[in-house]
Design a protein around this ligand. Structure first.
Ligand code: GLY
Length: 594
């Protein structure tokens, strides 16, 4: 039987609904109230607080289909199945059934619902990690065997493969068991013969059939037990569509096939990888634009710009007409509507296409500007050494004019000049190191953005720092800080947990200073003067000739790059939300302003 997207979605959701799961809505791909994520990257992301008990789920059993964006695999796009956006079918048990139930449901749905012969299925389980104190998941092996999976089809894999977490940050996590589909001998040697479980070509993951959420990953990469155990599953619809229909790649499915064919027929030099990248990136761009993100140079907008410009660049590679960007975007929107895989539209088709057009125009402007500069460079013969355009100029085109390296390379080729890619990459690496340095500076002041709330919390952090020293002693100093618009987080050295009384005293002292409406004063001076004035700082030769010192009455004086509020009265009420261990000898306070 051939499956459409709609049939797969219905089979999945109806199965779970028949087994007592409530279908929940598909959230916007831009997370609400979660500064740790740029985009929703898994079905569980919008409900992650249900796993810790911080939020009450609508039901203990839930399921849905959730659009997800994952751009960490962007370089893999163009292979059989990696995508930057996909639809995740998910099911959850929040403190209800656990491993046995999840494995039974997975096996029944795959073999009865999707009629996959069990011989085609392989399951991976977590082999444990002694160093992290995490045991092997022997129970899951037992449950897979008891439903009828041959023991030779059960593979134990390490932490990197079979311990699922949302990323490096904090959050619920646990060992997982994934189901792979055997796409057959034409895609490589079998696992039984070669001993190698090749998950790139022959065996395709079709379902993370159970993340067994029983741990919480702390920021210092230690694991605490959650209050109750839950199950989180996730299956990429696009991969199911490819495997259940026995197709070669996701580009042969109904999601892409017609658009790919159109593009192939309407380009002078079609190459498969470029065609795939164009169609894939345009599809993700539609999804992100519709979520009210516009292309820009920061955060989510930057990811969108990168996707759009990468598609535009590959359109040049295949020598397609300039209008093709908009035509493919239009076809993508139509196809989303036809397959039923459209988001809830926030814009009309015309409005979305206008947004594509605006970015395309910006890109062309950048290109023509860069082209002019490039032509000037090559007119001056001293810029060409041994047949190569000087690498500083290649880098300048990239860094100052936003010219992708590949385009300079193409132009150089046409002008019979060479460019040295290795030297360009060296400069690029050097530049990245410098910006890493700049990021470290951001880390030092702990300020990741200039949102007004972040600035207020930053000033509150200075008050907290000074207060801790007054109450706990002058040995206390800052060990780290991280501030978002929602909260401040401050790490400091102290050997034990703070008492409730101490926490109340700290809160009161900070609030007392706030209520005195004290001006926050910035002065510039040399690091030596700053040190002599008693300002807190790191004094380890990292400062330049001049530093800014922020003074709040006679209460606080710190070297800091700012920015800060002008007067403490702007802060509102300071409230400590949590005091906990961060690592050995280091405590962490999380606080908010209300
Ligand atoms: N949350 C399960 C997965 O993304 O695989």
């Amino acid at each position: 039987m051939k499956y459409t997207s709609k049939q797969i979605i219905d089979t999945f959701l109806n199965f779970f609904k028949a087994n007592g799961h409530t279908q929940i809505k598909n959230s916007s791909i831009v997370p609400e109230n979660d500064p740790t994520l740029l985009f929703i990257n898994a079905g569980m992301a919008p409900i992650k607080k249900c796993f810790t008990g911080e939020e009450e789920p609508v039901s203990k059993r839930m399921c849905n289909i959730q659009t997800c964006i994952r751009t960490n695999d962007i370089e893999s796009v163009g292979d059989r199945h990696h995508l930057t956006s996909f639809n995740m079918l998910g099911s959850w048990s929040i403190g209800d059934y656990f491993k046995e139930g999840a494995i039974k449901y997975a096996f029944t749905l795959l073999t009865e619902g999707f009629k996959i012969p069990k011989e085609k299925l392989y399951a991976t389980v977590f082999c444990g990690d002694e160093e992290l104190g995490l045991p092997a998941d022997e129970e899951s092996i037992g449950y897979w065997e008891s439903v009828g999976i041959d023991p030779s089809h059960i593979i134990k894999l390490p932490f990197e493969d079979n311990f699922w977490r949302m990323g490096d940050g904090e959050g619920p996590c646990g060992p997982c068991t994934e189901v792979f589909y055997d796409t057959g001998d034409e895609h490589g040697e079998s696992y039984e013969k070669s001993g190698v479980f090749d998950t790139k070509k022959r065996y395709l993951e079709i379902w993370n059939a159970g993340v067994f959420m029983e741990y919480y990953q702390n920021l210092d990469k230690t694991y605490s037990k959650l209050k109750f155990k839950s199950v989180d599953t996730g299956s990429g619809l696009e991969r199911l569509l490819l495997t259940l229909n026995g197709l070669e790649s996701v580009y042969d499915t109904e999601i892409f096939v017609d658009i790919m064919n159109y593009l192939r027929e309407n380009s002078a030099k079609p190459n498969e990888r470029s065609l795939r990248i164009i169609c894939e990136h345009i599809r993700t761009s539609v999804v992100i634009l519709n979520a009210k993100v516009d292309p820009s140079n920061v955060k989510a907008g930057y990811i969108l710009r990168r996707l759009m410009r990468r598609a535009l660049r590959h359109l040049r590679t295949i020598d397609a007409n300039d209008d093709m960007f908009i035509i493919i975007a239009g076809k993508t929107i139509d196809n989303m509507n036809n397959t039923g895989l459209n988001p809830d539209w926030n814009f009309t088709k015309e409005e979305l296409l206008d947004k594509f057009k605006i970015e395309q125009d910006k890109f062309s402007k950048m290109l023509s500007q860069g082209l002019k500069v490039f032509n000037e460079y090559i007119l001056d013969k001293s810029n060409i050494v041994d047949g190569y355009l000087k690498e500083e100029l290649v880098f300048k085109l990239y860094d100052t004019f936003g010219f992708p390296f590949e385009i300079t390379q193409e132009l150089a080729e046409e002008a019979n000049i060479k460019v040295n890619e290795a030297k360009f990459n060296e400069l690029l690496e050097h530049h990245k190191e410098e910006s890493r340095g700049a990021n470290l500076a951001v880390f030092k002041s702990g300020l990741a953005d200039h949102d007004p709330n972040t600035i207020k919390l930053h000033t509150a952090t200075h008050l907290l720092h000074a207060t801790l020293r007054k109450i706990l002693g002058n040995d206390v100093h800052q060990m780290g800080s991280n501030i978002t618009p929602e909260r401040l987080r401050f790490d400091f050295n102290f050997p034990r947990k703070l008492t409730d009384e101490e926490l109340r005293e700290i809160e009161n002292m900070v609030n007392d200073v706030i209520s005195q409406s004290i001006n926050v004063v910035r002065e510039e001076m040399s690091p030596e003067q700053a040190k002599a004035s008693g300002a807190l700082g790191l004094f380890d030769n990292k400062y330049g000739d001049k530093v800014s010192v922020y003074t709040i009455g006679d209460f606080s004086k710190e070297i800091c790059s700012g920015p800060h509020v002008a007067n403490t009265s702007e802060l509102g009420q300071f409230k400590i939300k949590k005091e906990e261990s961060s690592s050995a000898g280091v405590r962490r306070i999380k606080a908010i302003l209300v």
